[in-house]
Design a protein around this ligand. Structure first.
Ligand code: NZQ
Ligand code: ZN
Length: 386
């Protein structure tokens, strides 16, 4: 196992009707900006519950943060933060709203043009000089953003990840009943996103990290167990509760500690979203099975372990286990209604050049646990995914 240093200060308040806890967790004298997306939280009355919990606290609202949140939109919220001396950002929504809110905090603490935090990197160096807390009410289990310090923001036709400890939420409310209103495809996206996050921290090469491996396998098996059922039974509390916890634990630092990681699926996936507008989860369902096929030699030991322990494949032929493990991964995504081929989304071979060009522009030229996924290998992965 590798050495590591883990820090996670986010309080998780989990369960039905826990929005009311906001009253206990946010100081009475806070000046709050509630951030939200395109309106689902208004339609389904989540915003009303949040405002009720805030009671007499001074608060403002900023809606309209779009999926794959845009830099320009977030800068409008920054104006309110500066003008009103906001000291608490309360994000109510999915990963996009939470990520956007984290970026607003980073921008408020940055001395230069905030765009540089995306296009020039270095967001991890921003020093916290304004006392602004972030809190979240999660409505879509998928990204893990509710308990991590990362955020992804769209700017100038690219998606850029930022990471800074000041982005950890102070607390997140996880009420599984808030997910009952999700469209089926968003639930499926969330299951795939979580499954892929776990695999990106698990399916590399063995380092005898037994706790991380067994925990990852536990999350993957749980997702396979509940995946179709939770889509078919949107108001089954326990199914949604299990999905929500898997999503949060899948990307909060725990299973990724002390192990090699391979974020290729996310890096290529982000370019597919930026260029073609595909949902985040769908891009991952396209890239990951193909990545496994192209890198099956480097990932050999872990693919065999994954086949045996996650899919219970019994065979004496290791090559057969690997091939079955990959095809079962693809079948799992498809069983949730998520297509796994570029052609399923109308993307043609000629358009792969655009993706490669963007990977090059963004310096994603040595991806993977061994840093050996160069542009040629990314091209192979994409062509194999057609
Ligand atoms: O905008 P509204 O009207 O709220 O509708 C949203 C949106 O259209 C809707 N929705 C959310 N909760 C709902 C609901 N509709 C009905 N009922 C509810 N309870 O769902 C749509 C998608 O929301 P979005 O927040 O975009 O989805 P998701 O949570 O999948 O977030 C995706 C974003 O997270 C980034 C992705 O790149 C993408 O930009 N990621 C962030 C990560 C992180 N911070 O650690 C890691 C992830 O891998 C990912 O890259
Ligand atoms: Zn993701």
């Amino acid at each position: 196992m590798f050495s590591f240093n883990i820090y996670n200060p986010t309080r998780i308040v989990f369960g039905k009707d826990k929005i009311s806890q906001i009253d206990k967790l946010i100081p009475k004298d806070a000046k709050v900006l509630i951030t939200y997306g395109g309106g689902s939280v208004k339609k389904y009355k989540t915003l009303d519950k949040v405002k009720e919990a805030l009671g007499d606290r001074i608060h403002f609202e900023f809606g309209g943060i779009e999926p794959n949140p845009k830099y320009d939109t977030l800068m409008k919220a920054l104006d309110i933060v500066n003008k009103e001396n906001i000291n608490c950002l309360l994000a109510v929504g999915g990963g996009s709203v939470i990520d956007g809110t984290k970026f607003i905090k980073l921008a408020a603490n940055y001395d230069g043009e905030p765009k540089e935090l995306l296009t020039k990197g270095g967001s991890h160096k921003v020093k916290e000089n304004k006392n602004i807390n972030i809190a979240t009410v999660l409505t879509l289990p998928a990204t893990g953003s509710e308990m991590n310090s990362g955020a992804v923001v769209t700017c100038d036709e690219g998606k850029f990840a930022v990471n800074n400890p000041m982005c950890f939420p102070m607390f997140s409310i996880l009420d599984p009943t808030l997910t009952y209103t999700l469209p089926e495809t968003q639930v499926a996206n969330g299951i795939v996103d979580t499954f892929v996050h776990v695999n990106e921290q698990y399916l590399t090469y063995p380092v005898d990290a037994r706790f991380q491996d067994r925990t990852s396998e536990g999350i993957l098996r749980t997702l396979i167990e509940i995946g179709q059922d939770t889509i078919k039974n949107p108001t089954n509390y326990d199914l949604r509760a299990n999905l929500m916890l898997c999503a949060t634990m899948g990307l909060n630092g725990l299973i990724g500690s002390g192990v090699p990681q391979d974020w290729t699926s996310h890096m290529i996936g982000h370019e597919l979203t930026a260029l073609f507008g595909l949902d985040h989860g769908k891009t991952l369902a396209i890239v990951m099975p193909s990545l496994f096929e192209v890198k099956k030699d480097a990932k050999r030991d872990k693919l065999i372990q994954y086949g045996k322990r996650v899919f219970d494949i019994e065979s004496t032929d290791d090559n057969e286990i690997i091939d079955l493990a990959i095809s079962k991964t693809r079948e799992f995504f498809e069983s949730l209604g998520i297509k796994t081929r570029l052609s399923d989304y109308g993307i043609k071979k000629e358009q792969i050049d655009l993706v490669i060009e963007q990977l090059k522009n963004h310096n994603f030229t040595s991806l993977g646990e061994n840093r050996d996924i160069d542009l040629e290998t990314s091209r192979k992965i994409l062509e194999n995914a057609l």
